[in-house]
Design a binder for this molecule. Structure first.
Ligand SMILES: NC(=O)c1ccc[n+]([C@@H]2O[C@H](COP(=O)([O-])OP(=O)(O)OC[C@H]3O[C@@H](n4cnc5c(N)ncnc54)[C@H](O)[C@@H]3O)[C@@H](O)[C@H]2O)c1
Length: 356
């Protein structure tokens, strides 16, 4: 069987777990790398034995029109331009989160992929966790009943990643677009993908980048990370929002890079009139047993483990082959961008923003 030729655009930090996914998939051949940073590009080329190396994705497509699949894991500002170039080349695209810098930009990529009839999957990796799978089964089996409230936190005490992450023109925003996006999507997924209708949000720039308080100033940067250059920090350090969905559910989400808290948190709660779940990081089901309130834990693993990055790539390739439905679709990416746009707009105008 002919293998799918895979190109990676953006070979920095997160690309490694995607590359592992393609390397462990016999249906794929790792074919070409592209990165604007020559040093990173050369290092990754040597590490994986890839010789087709490009600093410009347009040149890559010109030189290698035979590429079948493109994985975009650049800074956020290049997701859509790189994705559009790939779609134009007739490639199937896996795009990291967030899909774009705005909903308007994300729609362009969605429409282009539809027009070219290529697959487009989003990197909402939390959908692949054992917690998400179990949560969906609980929901589908009626164990939560009518879901009406959810709470999601992704709070760092002193975790500004710096570089492009803190430079709004490259990232589009701070913790809400970087971290909040994961837990908002997870709640949407567990609740059956309801559509957002209105948002009230607030953002704060109070603490900024205080990496100097760490012994290791670059503690968040792995050796694999791309050079993050920019010294700009103009994104929020705390964001919070109340999101109303078309099924009546309210989600309260809080996320920070810097916050004066004692304990960091990634707790997610989804609550219905028959039962609820807490993920922190194992999944606990709260319900009723023999007329008593019960908190049920599971003897099998229920937490996000990290291996899901490979799982999402394998699932994407199955979708490319037409054997599976895409779990995190372009439409999910666009809805998330609409929520994020509305949160930042609401923070700016200090009033509720409706989503259409
Ligand atoms: N799903 C997750 O859990 C997860 C985790 C981390 C990062 N991410 C996402 O992955 C993306 C990359 O994050 P990272 O941590 O790997 O950052 P990084 O800075 O380590 O790597 C990004 C790489 O992209 C390159 N790049 C930037 N613009 C480019 C362009 N126009 N063409 C080619 N290469 C370009 C940079 O030079 C860099 O090497 C971001 O969108 C981020 O939100 C997702």
């Amino acid at each position: 069987m002919k293998k799918l030729k895979v190109a990676i655009i953006g070979v920095g930090g997160i690309s490694g777990v995607h590359i592992d996914g393609y390397l462990s998939d016999p249906r794929c051949e790792l074919y070409a790398f592209c990165d604007i940073n020559e040093k990173t590009l050369k290092a990754k080329g040597e590490k994986y034995g890839i010789t087709r190396l490009y600093t410009d994705y347009n040149q890559m497509f010109k030189a290698c029109p035979e590429i079948d699949v493109v994985n975009v894991c650049t800074w956020n500002n290049a997701h859509v331009p790189a994705g559009l170039a790939a779609v134009e080349n007739g490639c199937h695209v896996f795009c990291e989160k967030p899909m774009a810098m705005s909903a308007e930009e994300s729609e362009k990529l969605k429409l282009a992929a539809e027009k070219k009839n290529v697959k487009l999957a989003l990197g909402f990796v939390r959908r692949f966790g054992k917690d998400a799978v179990l949560a969906r089964e609980l929901v589908e089996n009626g164990m939560l009943g009518d879901i009406y409230y959810a709470k999601a936190e992704y709070l760092r005490r002193n975790g500004n990643p710096r570089g492009w992450f803190s430079d709004k023109k490259l990232s589009g925003g701070g913790p809400m677009i970087d971290l909040g996006v994961h837990v908002i999507d997870l709640v949407r997924y567990i609740a059956g993908n309801p559509l957002p209708v209105a948002v009230y949000g607030a953002t704060f720039v109070k603490l900024g980048d205080r990496h100097q308080l760490h012994d290791k100033p670059n503690y968040l940067l792995s050796d694999e990370a791309g050079e993050r250059g920019s010294g700009v920090c103009d994104v929020e350090d705390l964001a919070t929002a109340t999101i109303r969905f078309d099924n009546g559910m309210i989600l309260n989400v809080e996320t920070s890079y810097s916050l004066n808290i004692g304990e960091e948190s990634r707790r997610v709660q989804v609550l219905g009139d028959k039962g609820g779940i807490t993920i922190n990081p194992d999944l606990v089901y709260h319900g009723e047993v023999l007329n008593r309130l019960a908190d049920i834990t599971f003897a099998t693993p229920t937490r996000f483990a990290g291996t899901e990055y490979s799982d999402e790539i394998h699932a994407f390739i199955s979708a490319v082959e037409g054997k599976e439905q895409i779990k995190a679709t372009a439409a999910d990416g666009v809805w998330l961008m609409k929520i994020l746009d509305a949160i930042y707009e609401s923070a700016r105008t200090q009033s509720e923003v409706k989503i259409k």
